[in-house]
Design a protein around this ligand. Structure first.
Ligand code: NAD
Length: 284
C-alpha cells in the first residue's frame, strides 16, 4: 500500500489550497504548485488562516498546525513534483488543459505515482488517455471547502486498477473524509444532481418567477439546505458551474442540462461569484 509520504497538489485556488492543507495536516510532505505566483502567495495566507481557525476552535493542536505549515512547499516548477507519490490536480475545469498537464506529469513523476483529478465533471477515462499509466489515473473529487466538507467522491476510469482505487480511498480516509464511489459518467453523483438544481434556480430568476432572495430563502427554508442555490452558485464560482453544465449537456446529450442564458451572461460579464466580489449577489 502506498504511504503517500509526498503529496503534490496542482492549482492553488480555492480547492487546491484546501486539499494541500488536508494533506499537510495528515502528515505528508506537500508541494503546492501554481503557474501564477500571486495564487501561491494567496494560498499561503489562506492556508495559514484556515489552520489557525482549526487551532482556535480546538479541532487541531497548535503543534500539529505548526508542523503542517512547515511541511508545505510552494512552487511553479513541475520538476519539483518528481518525487510525489500522488499528484492531485485542481486547475481550471478544461479537458484540454488538464490533459496537457497530465501528459507532462506522466513524463516527470515516478512510475508508481498516482495521478488524481479533482475535476467536477470531466471524464477520468479521457484524462487517462493523455498518459501511459491509465491504471493509475483516478478522480478524487473534494467538496468546497475541502478542509470542512466531509465527502470525497472517488471516480474510477475505465482502466483504473483496484490498487489505485484502494490506495486513493485510504488517503481520503486519512484526510478524515467519507468516500463514495461513482462510475465515470458526466457529473458523477453530486454534480449530476446539484447542477440541474442550480441551473433551474437561474431559470426561475431569468423568467421572473421570484427575486434571488426569495428563490434562495425558499430553497433554504423549504428544503432544509444550508445555502440557497444561487448563493451556493456564487460560492462555487459561476464559471465553474457553467463549465460543469456544459460537460453534463454534451456528455449526457440531454437538453435539460443546457446552461441558462442568464448564467452564461453573468460569466460573460465577469460576474463569477464570491471570488470576484460579484456574481448573483454583490460582495463588495
Ligand atoms: P480556481 O480558479 O479557484 O483555481 C484554479 C487555479 O489553478 C488558479 O490558481 C490557476 O492559476 C491555476 N492553474 C490553472 N491552470 C494551471 C496550470 N496549467 N498549471 C498550474 N496551475 C494552473 O478554481 P477552483 O474552484 O479551485 O477549481 C479547481 C478545480 O476543482 C476545477 O477542476 C473544478 O471543477 C474543481 N472543483 C471545484 C469546486 C468548487 O466549488 N469551486 C468543487 C469541487 C471541484
Amino acid at each position: 500500500m502506498a504511504e503517500f509520504k509526498v503529496v503534490a497538489v496542482i492549482g492553488a485556488g480555492q480547492m487546491g489550497s484546501g486539499i494541500a492543507q488536508l494533506a499537510a495536516v495528515a502528515g505528508s510532505d506537500v508541494w503546492l504548485l501554481d503557474k501564477d505566483a500571486g495564487a501561491l502567495h494567496g494560498a499561503k495566507g489562506s492556508i495559514s488562516n484556515s489552520v489557525q481557525r482549526f487551532v482556535n476552535k480546538g479541532q487541531l493542536s497548535k503543534e500539529v498546525g505548526i508542523k503542517a505549515l512547515e511541511r508545505l512547499k510552494y512552487t511553479s516548477n513541475l520538476e519539483d513534483l518528481r518525487y510525489a507519490d500522488i499528484v492531485i490536480e485542481a486547475i481550471v475545469e478544461s479537458e484540454d488543459v488538464k490533459k496537457k498537464l497530465f501528459a507532462e506529469l506522466d513524463k516527470i513523476v515516478k512510475g508508481s505515482a498516482i495521478l488524481a483529478s479533482n475535476t467536477s465533471s470531466i471524464s477520468i477515462t479521457r484524462l487517462a488517455t493523455a498518459t501511459k499509466r491509465p491504471q493509475q489515473v483516478i478522480g478524487m473529487h473534494f467538496m468546497n471547502p475541502p478542509p470542512i466538507m466531509k465527502l470525497v467522491e472517488i471516480i474510477r476510469g475505465a482502466d483504473t486498477s483496484d490498487e489505485t482505487f484502494t490506495a486513493t480511498k485510504t488517503l481520503a480516509e486519512r484526510f478524515g473524509k467519507t468516500v463514495v464511489c461513482s462510475r465515470d459518467y458526466a457529473g458523477f453523483i453530486v454534480n449530476r444532481i446539484l447542477m440541474p438544481m442550480i441551473n433551474e434556480a437561474f431559470h426561475a430568476l431569468y423568467t421572473g418567477v421570484a427575486t434571488k432572495e426569495d428563490i434562495d430563502a425558499g430553497m433554504k427554508l423549504g428544503t432544509n439546505q444550508p445555502m440557497g442555490p444561487l448563493e451556493l452558485a456564487d460560492f462555487i464560482g459561476l464559471d465553474v458551474c457553467l463549465s460543469i453544465l456544459k460537460v453534463l449537456h454534451s456528455g449526457l446529450g440531454d437538453v435539460k442540462y443546457a446552461p441558462c442564458p442568464l448564467l452564461v451572461q453573468y460569466v460573460d460579464a465577469g460576474r463569477l461569484g464570491r471570488k470576484r466580489g460579484i456574481g448573483v449577489y454583490s460582495y463588495v
